[in-house]
Design a protein around this ligand. Structure first.
Ligand code: ADP
Ligand code: MG
Length: 224
């Protein structure tokens, strides 16, 4: 999928309390790209990711997926589109504590009344090294394993693109590194587009294209 954002802005609050979280951000994302976006706390990273993934709507600006303006969708159409085409990985994993790893992974499919593709799930969980952990509850898994379950969940519905918001932010440096290597190799092998928000320069440097955001303005990072 080819994604084109034009002049996306997000303003929170009114009057004196007004905050411009995102200021006229334009960008294009080509199919299969791996993009990292770095920036300090409060610079607008999560706001941008929520807008790009249709989790939220902008104050102004447009967003097209293969030429279709997704903010023109109703909330219901937008959430169906997100469930089918977009995977999301959060810093805090957001696994449901009463469900096993496997139940968490297939949850997005069940919400869409779809049957899991068992061969695909088998390959996915094998690649992520969690196939022997599928009957465990989240609290029986390490942080790194929980995030790998969340990666499998984000890919369960075979989306075109994965957005990850500080996926290693809750992990120690070793397991964070392992999780990023796996996320990169799985999404590369499955030809997914990957957009990762991070404030870790090691994570950012794994990407094919690096962007940075400062005070809601997006900049391309050039090497050198
Ligand atoms: P980051 O992810 O880079 O830390 P955010 O995108 O979460 O930054 O936030 C950008 C700015 O917008 C911050 O100043 C934050 O306080 C503000 N902000 C984010 N969400 C809201 C909200 N729901 N209401 C009001 N202000 C918000
Ligand atoms: Mg954030």
């Amino acid at each position: 999928m080819y994604i084109e954002a034009k002049e996306l802005s997000k303003i929170y609050g009114k009057g004196e309390n007004q905050v411009t979280a995102l200021d006229r951000v334009s960008m294009e994302i080509a199919p299969g790209e791996f993009i990292s976006i770095m920036g300090p706390s409060g610079s607008g990273k999560s706001t941008l990711l929520h807008l790009l993934s249709g989790l939220d709507r902008p104050t102004s600006g447009t967003l097209a997926y293969d030429g279709r303006d997704i903010y023109s969708f109703t909330d219901k159409e937008l959430s169906a589109f997100r469930r089918r085409r977009i995977g999301f990985i959060f810093q805090q994993f957001h696994l449901l504590p009463v469900l096993t790893a496997r139940e968490n992974i297939v949850m997005p499919l069940l919400l869409d009344k779809k049957q899991p593709d068992e061969a695909y799930l088998d390959r996915l969980t094998q690649m992520l090294g969690i196939r022997e952990r599928l009957s465990h509850l989240p609290h029986e898994l390490s942080g790194g394993q929980q995030q790998r379950v969340a990666i499998a969940r984000s890919l369960a519905a075979k989306p075109d693109i994965i957005f990850a918001d500080e996926p290693t932010g809750n992990l120690d440096s070793k397991s964070g590194g392992e999780v990023m290597e796996l996320l990169k190799s799985v999404s590369g092998e499955m030809e997914k587009t990957l957009v990762v928000i991070t404030h870790d320069s090691r994570v950012a440097s794994m990407a094919g294209r690096r962007l940075s955001i400062v005070d809601g303005r997006l900049l391309e990072v050039t090497e050198g």
